[in-house]
Structure formats: structure tokens, C-alpha cells
Design a protein around this ligand. Structure first.
Ligand code: A3P
Length: 297
């Protein structure tokens, strides 16, 4: 269930969940109570753009000593027993609000740029954004919502989901506007906002992981053995590894089941579902919205 908040000007026009977490009440409380630290790194995304993957990669980079431990001994890496969503919590949840001081500096958010607590911008801490082709975001989201639906609700029709998505009715607002907010910030302040593409990460993960590591303050040197370390992180966080690992740890009850978090993990799967007309409509919106922002897929 989504609803549009019509309160203060800076919240207007965005759609939010009506459940306790990710709700407007929590977001408003964050505005007043959350004090970002300069050492924090925010991992931001529109849902279904690769958040789970980005969280895993950033966590593996920051905690890369764990990688050594888990290969040298029988210690299992936390990403293989715990979801990356537990390793890197979302800020806009009640549990985060109750305990905003985590051992880890990594914090995630689905909030649009304009709704970030002001201390995030003023403290000058770093923000990493992951963007994905809206067509794949849509198809991923449609599957996600359908898998989460209770047995009593009818299946969600693709046409109905499409109508809402293309009108910008998505949690945290339109997928395109979400991207535009962070894209503009990254162009204005590249030192504070790193803008990554899901598609680039699939194509050249080594380069993107190195870029990410450098930006969040954990750079890799150019030496050959370090390259191996980068490859290990990529392998650890790969779709194949994480989806299987999470299946193995299935006995731990999860808020979102693993088969919902990990579906296909591919670029361009939307072509298997969208009609030509739907493709044209989404491509047209994308072209218009991203005009002049140097975003292409
Ligand atoms: P698909 O539904 O297209 O498969 P988010 O994490 O933001 O909710 O995004 C979910 C999408 O990222 C899903 O896309 C999911 O399969 C994909 N994904 C999850 N983990 C991934 C990984 N390690 N590598 C690549 N894609 C991944």
C-alpha cells in the first residue's frame, strides 16, 4: 500500500509505504533527530536497482580483513550467513531510528535526494548511488511485489503495474525523479556523490569495485596480488554466490525471503516481458527525464 503525503512542502508528491518502517513518520523523525557523521557512507538507490549487491560489495570492501579470515580458517564470511540488508541497515526504519549508532559507517537509504536529512548534506559525508535501466527496474519490481503478495490477493497484472510505474507511482517516488536528484548532485559535487550504474558493474566489475573502494576511502593498490583480492570480493558478492549462500542459511527467518531478493540478476531481462508499446513509452520517459544528464543504457 502506498500513499502520497501532502504535509510539509519538502515531502509533498512522494509516495510512501504505509507500514511502520519506510513510513513518512520515520522519515520526518529522521529529519529532526538524525545527525550524520563525516565518516558515514550512504548507499542510496531506488528499489530494485541493485541495492542488495551494492551493500554486499561495500561491506566486503570495508571489512576486507574478514575475507582473509574466512579463507584462512573455517570462519564463514558474514555475507554468506547474513543478508547484506542486515549488514548495512536502511536508515528510514524504526529499528535504525531507535539505534542510529552502528559500529559500521555504512548506511543505506531509498530516500530521494531531496528528502535526505539535511545533516547528510551539511556533514559532507559520502553518498554512493546505484542507478539501473528503468525497464529492468520495473520488471524486477513487478516480480518483487508479486512474490511478496499474500495468497489471498490476486496476481498483479503487468499492465496495471506498468500504468502505475510509468506515472511515477513507486515507493519513494518516481524512479526517474529519484535518479535525477542524485545524478544532479553527483554532477555538482562529484567528491560527495559517486554515481554507479548496475549495467557497468555487470560489465566491468573490477573497475567499478576499485572505483567504489577508492571513493569510500578503502582504495586498492595496483599490485597484482591486490587484483586477486578485488576478484575475491567480486566473487563473494556475485549473484551466484550470494543467492546460493543465502539459500543455505535459509533456516534464519528473514524479513524478505531470499528467493525474492535474488531473482535473475541480469541486464535486459525486461525485454522478455514488455510489449513494444511499453518499451517505447518507458524509453521516451527515460530520454526526456535524463536529457542532458549523461545517462545512457
Ligand atoms: P532482477 O529482479 O532483475 O533479477 P535491489 O537489491 O535494489 O532490490 O535490486 C534487486 C535486483 O538486483 C534483482 O534484479 C536481483 O536479482 C538483483 N541482484 C541481487 N543481488 C545481486 C548480485 N549480487 N549481483 C547482481 N544482481 C543482483
Amino acid at each position: 500500500n502506498l500513499y502520497k503525503y501532502e504535509g510539509f512542502w519538502y515531502h509533498q508528491g512522494f509516495w510512501f509505504h504505509s507500514n511502520a518502517s519506510f513510513s513518512i513518520e520515520v522519515i520526518m523523525a529522521l529529519q529532526d533527530e538524525f545527525q550524520a557523521q563525516p565518516s558515514n557512507v550512504f548507499l542510496a538507490s531506488h528499489p530494485k536497482s541493485g541495492t542488495t549487491w551494492l551493500k554486499a560489495l561495500a561491506f566486503a570492501i570495508v571489512n576486507r580483513a574478514m575475507l582473509k579470515n574466512s579463507t584462512d580458517s573455517n570462519t564463514v564470511h558474514p555475507l554468506l550467513t547474513t543478508s547484506s540488508h542486515e549488514c548495512v541497515p536502511f536508515m528510514e526504519t524504526q529499528s535504525f531510528l531507535n539505534n542510529p549508532y552502528h559500529a559500521n559507517d555504512l548506511i543505506a537509504t531509498h530516500l530521494p535526494y531531496s528528502l535526505l536529512p539535511k545533516s547528510i548534506i551539511s556533514s559532507n559525508c559520502r553518498i554512493v548511488y546505484i542507478c539501473r535501466n528503468p525497464k529492468d527496474v520495473f520488471i524486477s519490481f513487478w516480480h518483487f511485489m508479486d512474490k511478496l503478495r499474500d495468497n489471498l490477493s490476486p496476481p498483479i497484472k503487468l499492465e496495471d503495474a506498468f500504468e502505475l510505474f510509468s506515472r511515477g507511482v513507486s515507493p519513494n517516488g518516481s524512479c526517474w525523479d529519484h535518479v535525477v536528484g542524485y545524478r544532479k548532485a553527483s554532477l555538482e559535487r562529484p567528491d560527495q556523490v559517486l554515481f554507479l550504474f548496475y549495467e557497468e558493474m555487470k560489465k566491468d566489475p573490477k573497475n567499478e569495485v576499485r572505483k567504489l573502494a577508492k571513493f569510500i576511502g578503502y582504495p586498492f593498490s595496483e599490485e597484482e596480488d591486490v587484483d586477486e583480492e578485488v576478484e575475491k570480493i567480486i566473487e563473494l558478492c556475485s549473484f551466484e554466490k550470494l543467492s546460493k549462500a543465502n539459500k543455505d542459511a535459509e533456516e534464519t527467518p528473514k524479513v524478505i525471503p531470499n528467493d525474492v531478493l535474488f531473482r535473475k540478476g541480469e541486464v535486459g531481462d525486461s525485454i522478455n516481458y514488455l510489449t513494444m508499446e511499453m518499451v517505447e513509452i518507458l524509453d521516451k520517459i527515460t530520454l526526456e527525464k535524463y536529457d542532458g544528464l549523461d545517462i545512457s543504457f
